[in-house]
Design a binder for this molecule. Structure first.
Ligand code: GLC
Length: 471
């Protein structure tokens, strides 16, 4: 079958978080299963855009309330991603350096969606499935069914994947005139709590809705940033499919970012060499357990708890551990973490940046990964870490709960805790330090986690089954 994915992010064209990794890898695995998967994203001014060759495949124009815009659809010529990648270029609106965070994000993503549908409307041979990701593409199923000019798209089945229900894209009703002429009797489909809510609208109008882990779907029934009642109402079409990771990109045997490649057979020596490189770079003692945190420095990831938890760990145990943090986010959290750089010199370092290469080196060289997230729809970092034999310390929530069983009472290969609190994090670190002192047991657990198959293979087929159920 032929699937068109519509998303705000797709690695390596544009990445802010895990959404990009999923949209950049799932289509590849769908192609491997013999299907045709295509992806369309906005054209931002990213490195990938400038480093590659593109051809123009369509030109058109849209009207959005008082705005009118020309748009161009370009396609990457050499198929470097392993699937057809298209970008929507709208001058002045989408072609910016950042993906999100502009005052006119509502206009940007609404225009993106209208342009995609204008283009799709011209296809002679339509896709079998339109698969939208998160709220940035959430108005698509509604517009396909209810905008008169898209009548030819109204019978294509649609799937919504929710990567994060915290962000819903709320917009006031005075923007209701942005959409091409639509059946206003259907206003209730756009509305949630007297605003237009693109995520709620997609939950109501897509044929199937899934989240990126079963655990997160269950949580949303009770805790969904205001959409709980809607999830309960629509439960019959909702499900959870756990994300996989791209085993071609995340493979310690072939990863070109890391110091020394290793496999399950020689991971002890391999990890040690990678740890040495990291410890040399950051002037740390290789004999101590090395903890890492990689991700957005925001409340959702409990990044605000890291500085107090780390300070407490050092105060309670002394200098018997190393910590390396990589990420960027809320200024207050960045400041709290960065200011510790001067306090625990030689044991602690925070890098405020997004650095794909360093992140690979950290997964390869670390002993433990901290992931105390308050909300984690799936989480990919724990999966990357395990593939490189780095033990995750996770809060039992969403996809973390589904993918990381505790090595103690659950017979698993991770360390889990219940609360997003300084106490629970430091207690988990304490357990990790004790385990580190028993290298034999730790290595056995490393071997077990490296053997777990978290690749896309199984989940890619589950998506195909989901599509088949509505075809
Ligand atoms: C979002 C979620 C994360 C998930 C990712 C990919 O970034 O916060 O948990 O793994 O999307 O689905």
């Amino acid at each position: 079958m032929e699937i068109l994915h519509i998303s705000a992010e797709c690695y390596p064209m544009a990445k802010v978080g895990g959404l990009a990794d999923v949209v950049g890898s799932l289509p590849k695995y769908q192609q491997n299963l013999g299907h045709i998967a295509k992806v369309v994203v906005p054209m931002y001014r990213t490195k990938f855009l400038y480093d590659n060759d593109w051809e123009v495949v369509h030109k058109g124009s849209i009207k959005m309330g008082a705005y009118s815009n020309e748009f161009t659809i370009i396609k990457e010529k050499l198929n470097k991603t392993g699937f057809d990648l298209y970008c929507v270029d709208i001058n002045g609106l989408l072609d910016r350096e950042k993906v999100y965070g502009y005052e006119d994000d509502t206009e940007r993503f609404t225009a993106f969606q209208i342009a995609v549908l204008e283009w799709l409307n011209q296809w002679n041979h339509k896709p079998d499935i339109v698969h939208v990701h998160d709220y940035h593409a959430g108005l698509i199923p509604f517009m396909m069914r209810n905008c008169f000019q898209f009548a030819s798209l109204s019978s294509i089945p649609t799937v919504l994947t929710i990567h994060n229900a915290q962000y819903q894209g709320w917009m006031s009703w005075d923007k209701g005139n942005y959409f091409p002429a639509w059946d206003t009797w259907k206003w209730g489909l756009l509305d949630w709590g007297n605003t237009i809510n693109p995520l709620a609208c997609a939950i109501k109008t897509a044929d199937k809705v899934n989240t990126v882990s079963p655990g997160y779907m269950e949580e949303l029934m009770h805790n969904a940033n205001g959409l709980e009642a809607l999830f309960r109402q629509e439960w019959a079409k909702c499900s959870g499919i756990i994300n996989g990771i791209d085993y071609m990109v995340w493979n310690p045997e072939t990863d070109s970012y890391i110091m020394d490649n290793f496999s399950i057979k020689d991971f002890k020596a391999g990890k040690q060499l990678n740890k040495k490189k990291l410890c040399d770079d950051f002037d740390m003692d290789i004999n101590l357990p090395l903890f890492i945190f990689i991700g957005r420095l925001v409340g959702e990831k409990s990044a605000d708890l890291l500085a107090p938890a780390i300070s407490r760990a050092f105060e309670e145990h002394g200098k018997i551990l190393n910590i390396l943090i990589l990420g960027s986010g809320e200024p207050s959290v960045e400041h709290a973490l960065y200011s510790l750089n001067n306090k625990w010199v030689g044991y602690y370092n925070t890098q405020i940046s997004y650095n794909e290469k360093l992140s690979h080196q950290m997964y390869a060289g670390a002993d433990f990964l901290l992931m105390p997230s308050r909300v984690e729809p799936c989480g990919l970092n724990q999966l990357y870490a395990m593939r490189y034999g780095t033990m995750p310390l996770v809060r039992k929530t969403g996809g973390l709960k589904d993918t990381v069983p505790d090595f103690g009472d659950e017979g698993g290969y991770g360390i889990t805790f219940i609360q997003a609190s300084v106490e629970d994090i430091t207690h988990a670190m304490q357990r990790a330090i004790t385990l580190y002192n028993n290298q034999k047991q730790l290595n056995k657990l490393r071997e077990t986690m490296m053997n777990v198959n978290n690749s896309w293979e199984q989940s890619a087929s589950k998506y195909i089954d989901l599509y088949s159920s509505i075809l």
